[in-house]
Design a protein around this ligand. Structure first.
Ligand SMILES: [Zn+2]
Length: 411
C-alpha cells in the first residue's frame, strides 16, 4: 500500500478554501513524474515525457486550477495553498461575500458549472479542466470592476483555457464526460453562454480574451522594467494574434520588438564601450551587458523570422481575392496589377507577389491566368518539402565528410 502511494503520480492535499474556509482535498501531479517535451510558442506543452508510459494520458495542466465544491470558487492552486499575492488577497477578501452569495444561486454560473465538477476523481479530463478554468475566468471578470482586475491572473487563466480548448479539438474527447441533462458537452457550453454572454466558447475566443489582458499587462510595465520580460511578452502577443488571424496586430508586434530590441542593444553597446574605456565597470557588469546584447540579437533574429511567417500568412489569407482582382485586369500586366492591388488596400507583400506572378510566361506577351489557391498551396508544399530534403541531405553529407572529393583534390 505504502509502495503504491509512493508510485502514484498524484498527491492529495487537505486545504481550506480561501473563500468559505471549508476543508477540501485537492490533487496535483508530482512534477518529477514528467517532463515537458514539445512546447509551442504560446507556452502550451504539446507532449510530456512520463517516467512510465502508463501515465501518458494525464495532463498536468488540468490540475492548475482548483475548485471548491462548497462555495463554487475556483483559482490557481497556489491561492488555496496560502501562497497568495497580497494584492489579490486584499481584493479577494473584498469580494468574498459576493462570491459566496452568487454561489448559492442554483441557476447562476458558478453553481451550474460547479455541479458538474467532481473533485473526488483522480483523473481530471480535459472537459472538467475546461469547466474549472471557465469558473476561474468568470470569477476574475465578474466580481471585480475593470479598474480592479488583475491582468497577470486573468491573462494566464484565459490562455490556459485556450490550451484546453485546443487539446479538446486536436486530441479529441472520449465522449465520456457529458454534463447533467445535456446532449453533449458543446450543448452545455452553449447553455452557459446564456448566463455569461462574454464566455469564450472556443480556442479563438479564449485567446482573444487572453490577449486583451496581456496587452493591459504590457501597458502596465514601466519603461525601465525588465526588457527581457517585456520582449518575451511581446513575442507571446505576436503569437496569440497570429493564431487568431489578427495578422496586422501580429505584424505590429514584430515591428515593436524590432524597434525596442535595436534601441536597447545600441544603448547597451554604447554604455559598455564607455564603461570599459573608463574602467568603471566590474567584470560582472561587463558580462551582464554582453549577455544582454546577445539575448537582444537573438530576439531581433527571431522577430525577423516571425515577420516573414506573418507576411506569408497575410499572403495566403489575401491570395484568393487578390487573384480575382488581378484576373479582371486586361491586359494582366505586373505594373498594372500591383497598382490596382495597392489601390484596393491589399498588403504590399500580396500586391508585389501577385504582380510578380503576372509576368508573361516564355514566348507569350502577357499572362492570362493565375493558379488557384489550392494549386499554389500544393506547389508551395512541394517546394518546401524539396528544400527540406535537400538541406537534410546537405547536413548528412557534411556529417559524413566527403573523402572521395578530398582524395581527388590531393591528387
Ligand atoms: Zn469554498
Amino acid at each position: 500500500m505504502a509502495d503504491n502511494l509512493k508510485n502514484s503520480p498524484y498527491v492529495a492535499v487537505k486545504v481550506n478554501c480561501p473563500v468559505c474556509e471549508k476543508e477540501i482535498v485537492q490533487r496535483y501531479v508530482k512534477s518529477k513524474f514528467y517532463q515537458p517535451v514539445d512546447i509551442e510558442k504560446d507556452h502550451h506543452v504539446q507532449t510530456y515525457k512520463w517516467v512510465d508510459e502508463q501515465y501518458n494520458h494525464i495532463r498536468p495542466e488540468n490540475y492548475y486550477i482548483w475548485y471548491c465544491p462548497f462555495c463554487h470558487f475556483a483559482d490557481e492552486n497556489d491561492v488555496f495553498r496560502g501562497k497568495i499575492d497580497p494584492m489579490w488577497k486584499g481584493r479577494l477578501d473584498f469580494i468574498a461575500e459576493k462570491i459566496l452569495k452568487a454561489g448559492k444561486d442554483t441557476e447562476g454560473f458558478q453553481a451550474k458549472v460547479g455541479n458538474e465538477i467532481d473533485i473526488t476523481r483522480e483523473l481530471i479530463v480535459t472537459e472538467q479542466a475546461i469547466l474549472s478554468h471557465l469558473l476561474a475566468c468568470y470569477i476574475q471578470e465578474s466580481f471585480l470592476t475593470t479598474n480592479n482586475r488583475m491582468p497577470h491572473k486573468a491573462s494566464r487563466f484565459f490562455l490556459r483555457l485556450a490550451w484546453l480548448y485546443r487539446e479538446r479539438a486536436t486530441l479529441g474527447s472520449d465522449g465520456s464526460f457529458t454534463p447533467g441533462q445535456y446532449l453533449s458537452f458543446g450543448d452545455f457550453l452553449n447553455a452557459l453562454k446564456y448566463i455569461w454572454p462574454e464566455m469564450p466558447l472556443n480556442e479563438n475566443d479564449a485567446l482573444r480574451s487572453a490577449s486583451v489582458y496581456y496587452v493591459d499587462l504590457l501597458n502596465q510595465s514601466g519603461k525601465d522594467d525588465d526588457i527581457k520580460k517585456e520582449i518575451t511578452l511581446m513575442f507571446l502577443l505576436l503569437d496569440l494574434f497570429r493564431r487568431t488571424g489578427d495578422l496586422d496586430e501580429a505584424y505590429g508586434y514584430v515591428r515593436s520588438i524590432f524597434t525596442l530590441a535595436m534601441k536597447r542593444r545600441q544603448a547597451t553597446k554604447t554604455m559598455l564601450d564607455k564603461g570599459v574605456h573608463s574602467g568603471q565597470l566590474s567584470a560582472q557588469q561587463i558580462e551582464q551587458m554582453q549577455g544582454l546584447i546577445t539575448w537582444l540579437t537573438n530576439a531581433i533574429d527571431d522577430a525577423s523570422s516571425e515577420g516573414d511567417a506573418v507576411n506569408e500568412a497575410i499572403f495566403w489569407k489575401e491570395y484568393e481575392s487578390a487573384r480575382d482582382i488581378a484576373l479582371t485586369c486586361n491586359p494582366m500586366l505586373p505594373t498594372k496589377v500591383v497598382e490596382v492591388l495597392r489601390e484596393k488596400e491589399f498588403h504590399e507583400i500580396t500586391a508585389r507577389k501577385v504582380a510578380n506572378m503576372c509576368r508573361p510566361p516564355k514566348g507569350k506577351k502577357v499572362a492570362t491566368d493565375l493558379p488557384t489557391l489550392e494549386v499554389l498551396r500544393e506547389k508551395d508544399r512541394q517546394m518546401k518539402q524539396a528544400r527540406m530534403s535537400q538541406s537534410s541531405a546537405d547536413e548528412q553529407q557534411e556529417q559524413e565528410g566527403t573523402p572521395e572529393s578530398g582524395d581527388s583534390g590531393a591528387n
